[in-house]
Design a protein around this ligand. Structure first.
Ligand code: HEC
Length: 172
């Protein structure tokens, strides 16, 4: 065992440790978003399936990883007080939002939801009434930042495996 060999092995193991921390970090952040001021039972949600272990998917790479990280921070700073990915908090669970609504709806909604309700957007009015006409604040976020938040939400959804497929989360 000589010095040159160590110079190869040391950086390689550092990279390994870093990756492990990233994977763990992402799966933990899924858990950290969970605490809900309103108990899921009170919000009429079915009990969360806890039996299945949450399998972390491979960490996305490159631009995706950057968007997920940025979205994570933006979500925690701006949205987490009222939203979780899989639970109703003050506002609806945001899992599946990218399938329910196009980006062309989500972006103006986050920027100014009351304007969309006032304009009479059918979905906006419906969800506004459904949540006891509680106004969501307007956010001065860029389109890019809102997209990053949605990317983060989609990444969190992927962390949940079977419950989505079996529709447990979908019945809201
Ligand atoms: C003060 C609480 C609050 C905050 C903070 C908040 N929201 Fe909301 N959000 C709501 C409520 C309540 C609704 C339900 C509609 C309504 O009442 O206007 C909602 C609805 C939504 C919807 C529509 C959901 C669906 O199922 O169709 C999206 C998308 C959304 N919010 C995204 C966000 C994002 C992204 C952020 C952070 C940038 C955020 N919200 C921050 C309260 C909040």
């Amino acid at each position: 065992m000589n010095k040159a060999w160590l110079e190869v092995v040391m950086p390689a193991s550092l990279v390994l440790i870093f990756c492990t921390i990233m994977v763990f970090g992402f799966s933990m952040s899924g858990l950290l978003v969970e605490p809900a001021p309103v108990a899921p039972e009170l919000a009429g949600e079915p009990a969360k399936p806890t039996a299945k272990p949450i399998m972390p998917n491979p960490v996305p790479t490159g631009a995706d990883a950057a968007a997920v990280a940025a979205g994570d921070a933006l979500f925690k700073r701006n949205c987490a007080q009222c939203h979780a990915v899989n639970d109703v908090v003050v506002g609806p669970a945001l899992a599946g939002i990218a399938k329910r609504r196009p980006m062309s709806w989500i972006i103006p909604w986050v920027k100014n939801s009351s304007k969309m309700v006032a304009k009479g957007d059918e979905y906006a009015v419906k969800i506004f009434n459904q949540y006891s006409k509680q106004q969501m604040p307007s956010f001065q976020l860029s389109d890019q930042e809102i997209k990053a938040i949605v990317t983060y939400i989609e990444f969190q959804e992927q962390q949940m495996t079977d419950p989505v497929a079996t529709g447990v989360v979908a019945c809201r």
